[in-house]
Design a protein around this ligand. Structure first.
Ligand SMILES: [Zn+2]
Length: 340
């Protein structure tokens, strides 16, 4: 089959479109013909080099396609079904996994990170990863969903315990997590303040339901938050940007507020004034992906039309390099999807 692989870490030029052996499903696995695979910031981090990635490696976490074949032990799925794949790899046996906390499993990793992903024509996965999709959802939309929607759901519901009436600040409205978080926060009847860097993206964030949108290049986020909230601050901040926005995010919290972060797009290190942390009784929470039950829950809302995928642009698999270059320019509003 054809796949996009990396044989070394580096820039977009290390992405090679080449022939690789076809995968063979085990008896408990499903063989899926990949039709679309979304690009995430994770793909860029893996391409640039992360520990635990064995070379050569196939990137791609967010996968949608059709079942080609099911192993002998798989009874709940059949060939021809349109599906998306849960973007996670876990042991499904340990204490955490059987408690439904797959993202705390010692063997947990994301497809396309610690194991090969979906930038290829065929992939084999355990049956537990395979989720049928409704006919009205196309493959590009389906591939745009799992990673960012389960991440945003786990951040807001699993970690920050969002409640109606709260005010939520969502950094980077144009990112996949931002788009999911705005919609989910509105579904919980909260007031949403989002940030974006240009007029076009500000308009799109409003269309998604954001009540206020701050231009994070022209305005100071914490000052605008103070104006909007009558100097109170917000209950929850959804962070994934890192050092570029961290200080402003922490300053935007009300006393007792919660900042939850799932990423470090602009770098891994931030400063923290401990006096501010304890005197204002802030909670700083880490969040990583989500559980299988959270994925099913959030997808249920998408399938019922309450939340929607936002696709910015598609590229053919052969043009994975161009897709990575486009993502690194941060021009998108929504997901970038490779398809074939
Ligand atoms: Zn486990």
């Amino acid at each position: 089959m054809k796949a996009v692989r990396i044989h070394q870490f580096g820039g977009p030029e290390v992405l090679l479109y080449e022939d690789v052996p076809d995968p063979q499903p085990r008896k408990d696995q499903v063989l899926v013909r990949v039709r679309a695979c979304a690009v995430n910031h994770l793909d860029i981090f893996v391409r640039q080099g992360l520990p635990g990635v064995n070379l050569p490696h196939i990137l791609g976490s967010d996968i949608a396609g059709e079942i080609v074949e099911v192993g002998e032990y798989v009874t709940n799925l059949k060939a021809g079904q349109r599906v998306l794949l849960a973007p996670m790899h876990f042991c499904n046996r340990c204490l955490k996994c059987v408690a439904g906390l797959q993202n705390q499993c010692r063997h947990f990793t994301v497809l396309g990170n610690g194991v090969d992903g979906g930038n290829c024509e065929f992939i084999t996965v355990p049956a537990v990863n395979v989720i049928p999709i409704p006919d009205n959802l196309d493959f590009n939309e389906a591939a745009s969903l799992p990673l960012v929607f389960v991440t945003a759901w786990h951040m807001l519901i699993g970690r920050a315990a969002i409640r109606p009436g709260q005010t939520v600040l969502v950094l980077g409205a144009n990112s996949g997590v931002g788009i999911a978080a705005i919609q989910i926060a509105k579904m919980f009847h909260t007031r949403v303040i989002a940030t974006a860097g240009e007029e076009r993206k500000i308009e799109r964030a409003r269309e998604l339901g954001a009540d206020f949108v701050i231009n994070h290049y022209q305005q100071k986020i914490s000052q605008e938050v103070r104006k909007i909230t009558n100097a109170e601050g917000v209950d929850i901040v959804i962070e994934h940007v890192g050092p570029a926005t961290w200080q402003e995010s922490v300053k935007s919290l009300k006393p007792g507020g919660t900042l939850v972060t799932c990423g470090a797009t602009t770098g891994p290190k931030v400063e923290l004034d401990l006096r501010f942390l304890f005197s204002r009784q802030l909670s700083l929470l880490g969040s990583y992906m989500g559980t299988m039950s959270e994925l099913y829950e959030v997808l249920g809302h998408v399938f019922a039309g309450r939340l929607k995928a936002v696709v910015d642009r598609t590229f053919p698999l052969q043009e994975a390099r161009a897709a990575h270059e486009y993502m690194e320019k941060s021009q998108m509003f929504g997901k970038i999807v490779l398809n074939w």
